[in-house]
Design a protein around this ligand. Sequence first.
Ligand code: 5GP
Length: 173
Amino acid sequence: MSRVTQFLGQAEIGERVKAVACAIRADAGPDVPVHLVGVLKGAFIFMADLMREIGGPVSCDFIAVSTYAGTVSTGQVQILKDLDRSIEGRYVVVVEDIVDTGLTLSYLQDVFRTRSPGSLKTACLLSKPSRRRVDVPVEYVGFTIDDRFVVGYGLDFDEQYRNLPFIGVVGED
Ligand code: 5GP
């Protein structure tokens, strides 16, 4: 495995996760059940931390989609595992690891909209706006970053590095 150079540390990530969680709860209102929909696999660590920072009633579900092979986007989205429960009428927040071209999220938002949620918002840990190919609404963004392929805190490169507690770049000094 190659060396990973950190550029977002654990403490920094923790602070932003808290801030995003506070904003989600503030927008939802104190007693509204928030239903988090995590996009596997990249979002699972962000989702676990985010969920514990949102006070009040919170439930979760997961959807798995096919994503990159290596570092190249195919632009093709395929649902590998669908949600377990209906989102009809629920206050849904989609939880994504990173919005790059926006194609995955845009596809998922279209799918979820057809299922009549009461509200549909999106939280992503990272956003690379310079790479966007579709204009997709994201209400909560942890960090806006430049066009670099990042790993750690749930994000992988060929299934490695998800366990790093920080976010970094492979093989850079
Ligand atoms: P998009 O459809 O927005 O181009 O890409 C979405 C997915 O591609 C993300 O959910 C993530 O799984 C993957 N991805 C995009 N950029 C990166 C990156 O810098 N690092 C990693 N590990 N995955 C990325």
